[in-house]
Design a protein around this ligand. Structure first.
Ligand code: NAG
Ligand code: NAG
Ligand code: NAG
Length: 322
């Protein structure tokens, strides 16, 4: 017998009393650049299309985005960054294992900005392909294989090299592999199709351009921090709208499971999080609406034993760190 929606219990463990229960305030993921947990490849179009001025602007932007990052090879809530440049062809300048500190990374970015290449065309396809290799190579032997991967593409043009080397198709494959793509358009020539092309390449909501007054802040808050807000494998993230890729994500992970085991796990996770943590049972309408389609999805994937209930515990990782 399946437990009906009405007498099921929704358990939430909050790490902090500041998250007022009952007021519909959902736990937000923290956005602190110094402890993001990411592998990033910065892909820079350094062709004539970008030019000296464009490249200087790109370098200043990258330096601002990563100024507070903890770029290192030390494991933990740290960031690794690689650099690829491209025109007609791409060059891997630095692998994910290259940088041991943030200052060196930023100084190398300015070195690259000093030297535009002579290519007059640039193919996004070739840049993305090289970035995919860098991400793959940075992960040998399962190293950091639970860290989210990101490509940030700085482009001055959108050109397709025909069906076989279609950047949108390649981007689609990359995103299907769980890698997010942030695009930053530097529209030097006022090409109206250019930014529209980048939107097709980017993860939904992550196509930016250099007319934005707070471009670095946008890349941090609506790009990197959102990507860093995720649930572990086999958990479903609670969002503002089920099934919507660009929905707001919260620091709450859901799982259908056996009540006794999960209640204990939730209780222990809460107790470990901080002294003020507690468990509550809750049944609010928004969560019900979210949970309802989820139930089918999860039932189909993994049939629930009789008496199983929905349990939610926050992921006791960096989501609550600030
Ligand atoms: C970077 O992260 C490592 C590992 O967590 C830590 O030991 C180090 O202190 C951090 N560095 C900075 C500058 O925060
Ligand atoms: C460029 O960015 C601005 C600011 O975010 C945005 O309002 C505008 O729609 C973007 N332009 C295009 C063509 O996407
Ligand atoms: C971000 O995290 C660092 C290291 O954990 C901490 O020192 C700093 O105070 C945090 N910044 C904010 C704004 O919370």
């Amino acid at each position: 017998m399946r437990i009906s929606l009405l007498n099921s219990i929704f358990l939430v463990c909050f790490g902090s009393l500041r998250l007022a229960y009952g007021q519909n305030i959902e736990p937000e993921c923290a956005c602190n650049m110094s402890n993001l947990w990411l592998d990033v490849v910065v892909v820079i179009d350094n062709s004539q299309g970008m030019g000296h001025n464009g490249l200087d602007e790109v370098a200043a932007n990258i330096a601002t985005v990563f100024a507070q990052s903890n770029i290192t090879q030390v494991l933990g809530q740290t960031t690794r960054v690689g650099i690829v440049t491209y025109g007609k062809t791409a060059t891997v300048k630095y692998h994910l294992t290259s940088f041991h500190d943030t200052e060196t990374f930023i100084s190398k970015i300015f070195d690259i900005a000093d030297k535009p290449i002579t290519d007059t065309t640039s193919y996004i396809y070739t840049g993305l392909l090289a970035a995919q290799t860098v991400l793959h190579d940075g992960r040998v032997n399962g190293k950091r294989d639970n860290v989210r991967q990101v490509i940030i593409l700085y482009a001055s043009a959108y050109k397709s090299q025909g069906q076989e080397e279609d950047p949108v198709q390649l981007a689609k494959q990359i995103k299907e592999d769980g890698i997010d793509i942030i695009t930053v358009g530097f529209n030097q020539f006022g090409d109206e199709y250019f930014l529209a092309g980048l939107v097709k390449i980017a993860t939904p909501g992550m196509a930016f351009n250099n007319t934005n007054a707070d471009l670095a802040g946008e890349i941090q808050m609506n790009g990197l921090c959102k990507i860093n807000c995720f649930c572990p494998t086999a958990w479903t993230q609670y969002t503002s709208q089920f099934g919507l890729a660009s929905a707001r994500k919260f620091a709450l992970c859901l799982k259908l499971s056996d009540i006794d085991a999960m209640w204990m796990a939730a209780k222990i996770a809460c107790q470990h999080m901080d002294n003020s943590a507690y468990l509550v049972s809750e049944l609010d309408e928004t969560k019900h609406n979210f949970i309802y389609p989820q139930r089918f999805f999860i039932h189909r994937m993994e049939p629930c034993p009789d008496g199983a209930l929905k349990i939610a515990i926050p992921y006791p990782n960096d989501m609550f760190a600030n």
